[in-house]
Design a protein around this ligand. Sequence first.
Ligand code: U2P
Length: 251
Amino acid sequence: MASLSAQIPLCLALMMAACLMIGINGSIDGAQREFDYFALSLQWPGTICHKTRHCCSSNACCRGSNSPTEFTIHGLWPDYNDGTWPSCCYRSQFDVKEISTLLDALEKYWPSLYCGKSSTCFSGKGLFWAHEWEKHGTCSSPVIQDEYSYFITTLNVYFKYNVTKILNEAGYVPSNSERYPLGGIVSAIENSFRATPEVICSKEAVEEIRLCFFKDFKPRNCLASKTSCPKYVSLPAYVSMGREASESEMA
Ligand code: U2P
């Protein structure tokens, strides 16, 4: 049996090894710690499509009369209460075959509003959906454990809370001339959703609205952050691109 004096250095060495494995973010094996809550981030095509300068087949802003006129999904994001978030939590290459039954819904409600390919965590550039799954979906464990569940869960939450309808019913309709009080938009969502959303603006135009959820998908307040919006904001209506612009790259 080893003497007590021989066991002390061995214990110290084991403790040091354990400390190295736990790492600075307090997680085992360098993995990122479990998230605190979800944010469903929704984008407003009226604002984003105004910035489109050239068209391509992957950009839903280029669908003319079929372009989206309601908030579409940006992503379901696992977040931390301190305002940071985990990303790219494990290697899982996006496989479109796993979500083949959801493609029609995803094209309609979760389209890309840009032409450029999105960066993925480990495989360079790919579809917008690949980016969202690899960056955020892989960090949604233990609530969401696979690619299909990530997309179907996000669609279901999106369908449950129709932000476009909530705003329209409160009188906040798309317009290229009106300005609305930011507080009114937030209150309209609070009255229906029973929690405070986050609103992101591009200059004065609403670009994103985020709804936040506990891990069981009950609504919770988003973090009170410095808003990027002024007191009065616009909700631009979708304007179809000029024919030359849309035809140039589509061809
Ligand atoms: O806000 C700019 C970009 O930062 C990422 N983001 C933001 C807030 C948050 O809670 N989580 C998060 O990931 C988003 O990056 P993306 O998913 O587009 O790569 C957001 O666009």
